[in-house]
Design a protein around this ligand. Structure first.
Ligand code: SAM
Ligand code: DTB
Ligand code: SF4
Length: 329
């Protein structure tokens, strides 16, 4: 093990290699020891600035470099964001996550962003933003506004990373996570499986997250949503075998749970095309958070009615919101 590592690659690879029921059993034990076992946190996403992004992330329909059906729009106005947040709250969501298709926010965007954070918090919801790379100064402004979480994914292993994105580096991502952490904002960071990566890449992906100076409070595990016109979406359409196997997806969730016991593990994008049985296995393997509503940022999601049915079937309950702290704390 390298100095300072909590988990070596070898130990993580051994977890992945366990017999499936053994792995899920161990993950469920870790889950129960650290979290209520049948309670699931619910977050709702809103795309506050859609499309036209200068980055070239191979999975993303919001990149201006890919020819997809999605148009580009400007930053939403604060009032419209408040309306969407109020609706999410009415539907039982406890966290509102606002995402922008930016490489990074411009300083002139920050006043509106700060107003959005303050407004959503005043409604009594937790706030999360995902706006791309941040400077230390921007992270501090968001912290002052009271932002609870910042989402910035490492997306995949350091080795596979530049097969997916070339316009910013893995190290850039770590820098932003560092600025967020230093500003005192909770870190939400995870990635995507099913992008044609190997098992070894999934090991490297979890290894990078679990060995961050402090592991993320929240770890979204997305299954690639293949979108026509994106390099990875098209690759998947051409080679159906590349789609992530459900059992391998559950294994990834279980290994995330075991290696990051205190974190919330979020079963994120890709749920719409996942069976109830696969989702149930993810909850058993320690996933304890989901995105609710019928839309993620730009693509479809399971929807509140379907989720209510699934929760009832599985006896899951919705986690209550953490009390919203004062911005100054
Ligand atoms: N532009 C910002 C950035 O990339 O940092 C924030 C928004 S971006 C859409 C947030 C994350 O959503 C990405 O890092 C990626 O992990 C995930 N994502 C985007 N498109 C996806 C897709 N088609 N399937 C699965 N996850 C996706
Ligand atoms: C994350 O890890 N997944 C969410 C959130 N963080 C911002 C986004 C998923 C996006 C899926 C594709 C779309 O709907 O545009
Ligand atoms: Fe832009 Fe984010 Fe999409 Fe990458 S994932 S192209 S940074 S919106």
């Amino acid at each position: 093990m390298e100095t300072g590592e909590r988990w070596s690659r070898a130990a993580i690879a051994e977890l992945f290699d366990l017999p499936f029921t053994e792995l899920v059993f161990r993950a469920a034990e870790v889950h129960r020891a650290n979290h209520p076992a049948n309670s699931v946190q619910r977050s709702t996403l809103l795309s506050i600035k859609t499309g036209g992004c200068p980055e070239d992330c191979g999975y993303c329909n919001q990149s201006a470099k890919h020819e997809t059906d999605l148009g580009a729009s400007k930053l939403m106005d604060v009032r419209a964001v408040m309306q969407a947040a109020a609706q999410a709250k009415d539907n039982g969501s406890t966290r509102f996550c606002m995402g922008a298709a930016w490489r990074n926010p411009k300083d002139r965007d920050m006043p509106a962003i700060v107003e959005m954070v303050k407004g959503v918090r005043q409604m009594g919801m937790e706030t999360c933003m995902t706006l791309g790379m941040l400077t230390p100064g921007q992270a501090a402004m968001l912290a002052d506004a009271g932002l609870d979480y910042y989402n910035h994914n490492i997306d995949t292993s350091p080795e596979y990373y530049d097969r997916v994105i070339t316009t910013r580096t893995f190290a850039d991502r770590l820098d932003t996570l560092d600025h967020v952490r230093s500003a005192g904002i909770n870190v939400c960071s995870g990635g995507i499986v099913g992008m044609g990566e190997t098992r070894g890449d999934r090991v490297g992906f979890i290894h990078a997250l679990a060995n961050l100076p402090t592991p993320p409070e929240s770890v979204p595990v997305n299954a690639l949503v293949p979108v026509k016109g994106t390099p990875l979406g098209d690759m998947l359409a051409d080679t159906p075998l590349a789609k992530i196997d459900d059992i391998e997806f559950v294994r990834t969730v279980a290994v995330a749970r075991i290696t990051m016991p205190g974190s919330m593990v979020r079963l994120s994008a890709g749920r719409e095309s996942m069976s109830e049985a696969t989702q149930a296995l993810c909850f058993l393997a320690g996933a304890n958070s989901i995105f609710t509503g019928d839309k993620l940022l730009t693509t479809g999601n399971a929807g509140d009615d379907k989720d209510a049915e699934l929760f009832a079937k599985l006896g899951l309950t919705a986690m209550a919101a953490e009390p919203v702290r004062d911005a100054a704390e």
